[in-house]
Design a binder for this molecule. Structure first.
Ligand code: AGP
Length: 609
């Protein structure tokens, strides 16, 4: 998964490309490069390492150009190296390409091109694209690109320009995202609007099998057959300031602290308090769908699947319907049985996760309806699902998802309440109790965020640990999963999560003084059961940290440390219990000097399989 940016306009192109790549670095950062159009030539600068290394290289050897392309890479084919860094060129160095995705038939194409005399310099699949365009080039770059695309299999978002057809950048999309910013006398193309907003809020999203030619007159949209397309130009409400750190040391910490506002924003306009009703018309799904479905199938990856898991409990308890949670990467390859009266709920903050998008495509047409819950306006998943309920979390730059997770749980609570309302399931006063408590959550999270000191102090004790166990039951089992993932992905400490009741079926063999336990133990229906689970751990000299109700004095006799959270509706405790776990992982990672916003080996949106 990588980041692409291209610019044509009056500004000095290299700084524009560098600033754009910095906004895209969360997408991949093992190598980076830029290419600009000089007089009858292409000027390149590529490095192994982050955009900061590229900036340093450009400081030492500046390059100038009239327009250009930039790329930050998350290696798929070919190890991270300067040679394999994008942009890549053809034999003569007259055609330059940047690429996000995977060309699945690149080896066959490479053999064919080599047999025709093309000379390759890298191990990448991307370089094949440059030589394919070279093979088909007869004067028109867009025609050569179209001919090349017709032979390629796989997923790609590409940017191209050529010495012999100057004054233009060609971009094309099949799979990974591409968005075009339409400014005054300038046009920018990028993998994400984050790189565009500093220049213009006016954007157009490329669909699969669409291309765009950028020149001084602006963007010219067409399909892969060259047929002009009249694209809708959208006005994005996010402003560049929302993307900055605002004084926080890391984007992740800023985003943890944004969670109260994210809940307010995601609830806004979707609750009719006087009627005690949830408003889901904006999803585009008819009310009959919510009334008539008899099951939900929730499909996602990673943190989004953990949110989906919380949604399962909400749907069962509030709407009275069964809900299965499926890993997209598994579901898409299974002979899954999907009932015609099932609602498929697809959760993805980026809206571009390849496995999740593929699972959506596999399920479409086989269920009553598909509903996307995503944070990315007009993303592939948003556009391909029949209905969409946007989370209003704003741009999330930290690779580790935090506020988008909370926003996803908020959206799922609305869906569960909406289905219950459409079905007349449960008692109105029970639904009202949840609706009223949902609106108190932001303040309760603020209470937790006002006392991060003890969590930061506690984290210091575990900086040198190598293993951690996370336990939760019922609606907090998914929070144990999420807490363990947070610790793993930003501090690189091994952490496992189990449903509390599972400990005695094997994992308790792990317990000793080197295997501390984080247990989520609010006063809910499984409180006593969790006490039993931690007693078994205590009896084996395990150190226990409990996330527990602040009014629960008794818990202190059972554990070593308590992280208190305000009491709330039993079904809504995940909104509160996850926050200390996010902070705990953050402070341990910070003490370990980890690269918190850009953890090794990870990417914000996994748009490759
Ligand atoms: C979250 O902290 C992880 N970075 C990762 O698990 C992520 O949730 C997963 O890749 C799904 O991404 P999506 O929500 O954009 O589909």
């Amino acid at each position: 998964m990588c980041g692409i940016v291209g610019y044509i306009g009056p500004k000095d192109v290299v700084p524009v490309l560098i600033e754009g790549l910095k906004k895209l670095e969360y997408r991949g950062y093992d190598s980076a490069g830029v290419a600009v159009a000089g007089p009858g030539c292409i000027r390149l600068c590529r490095v192994q390492g982050k955009v900061s290394a590229l900036e340093e290289a450009l400081r030492k050897s500046p390059i100038q150009g009239a327009y250009g392309l930039g790329h930050t890479r998350w290696a798929t084919h070919g190890r991270p190296s300067e040679t394999n860094a994008h942009p890549h060129v053809d034999c003569k160095g007259e055609i330059v390409v940047v690429h996000n995705g995977i060309i699945e038939n690149y080896l066959a194409l490479k053999s064919m091109l080599k047999a025709e005399g093309h000379v390759f310099r890298t191990e990448t699949d991307t370089e094949v694209i440059a030589h394919l365009i070279e093979k088909h080039f007869r004067g028109s770059l867009e025609e050569a690109v179209r001919a090349a695309l017709s032979t390629m299999e796989g997923a790609f978002a590409i940017g191209v320009f050529a010495v012999k057809d100057p004054g233009k950048i060609v971009a094309a999309k099949l799979g990974p995202p591409l968005v075009v910013g339409v400014g005054d006398g300038e046009t920018i193309v990028s993998s994400d609007i984050n790189a565009i907003l500093a220049h213009t809020p006016r954007v157009a999203f490329l669909e699969d099998r669409e291309m765009v030619v950028l020149d001084e007159a602006g963007p010219h949209f067409m399909d892969f057959q060259g047929k002009p397309i009249d694209k809708k130009i959208e006005q994005i409400q996010w402003n560049p300031l929302m993307i900055e750190k605002k004084g926080f040391k890391h984007f992740m910490l800023k985003e943890i602290f944004e969670q109260p506002q994210v809940i307010r924003d995601t609830l806004m306009g979707r609750l009719s308090l006087d009627q005690g009703e949830v408003l889901l018309d904006e999803t585009g799904l008819p009310p009959a769908v919510f009334r008539d479905i008899r099951k939900a199938v929730i499909i996602a990856c990673g943190t989004s699947s953990h949110a989906g898991f919380v949604g399962k409990y909400l749907l069962e308890s509030l709407a009275g319907i069964p809900a299965d949670v499926e890993y997209a990467s598994e579901y898409r390859y299974r002979d899954f049985i999907l009932e015609k009266d099932a609602l498929v709920i697809i959760i993805s903050q980026s809206g571009e996760t390849a496995d999740t998008l593929a699972a959506l495509r596999a399920a479409k047409g086989r269920a009553a309806a598909t509903l996307a819950i995503t944070n990315a306006v007009s993303s592939s998943i948003a556009r391909e699902a029949q209905g969409v309920l946007y989370t209003h979390a704003g741009p999330e730059i930290g690779v580790a998802a935090t506020k988008t997770f909370t926003a996803q749980m908020t959206a799922l609570a609305l869906v569960a309440l909406g289905i219950a309302q459409a079905k007349g399931a449960g008692r109105v006063q029970d639904r009202m109790a949840v609706i009223e408590e949902l609106q108190r959550l932001p303040h309760k999270i603020e209470q937790i965020l006002n006392r991060v000191g003890p969590i930061e102090e506690l984290a210091k004790q575990f900086v040198a640990f190598f293993h951690f166990l996370y336990l939760g039951r019922w609606v907090n089992f998914p929070i144990a999963l999420e807490g363990a993932l947070k610790l793993k992905e930003i501090s690189y400490i091994h952490a496992e999560a189990y449903a509390g009741g599972e400990m005695k079926h094997g994992p308790i063999a792990l317990i000793d003084e080197k295997m501390p336990t984080m247990a989520i133990i609010p006063k809910d229906r499984v409180y006593e059961k969790m006490l039993s689970n931690i007693a078994e751990i205590k009896a084996r000299s395990g150190f226990i940290i409990a996330v527990a109700d602040e009014n629960d004095a008794a818990i202190r006799d059972h554990v070593d440390v308590v992280i208190p959270i305000p009491p709330t509706h039993p079904l809504l405790t995940p909104f509160l219990s996850v926050v200390p776990l996010q902070l705990f992982a953050y402070y341990i990672a910070a003490k370990r000097g980890a690269d918190i916003d850009q953890p090794r080996n990870l990417a914000k949106s996994v748009t490759v399989e």
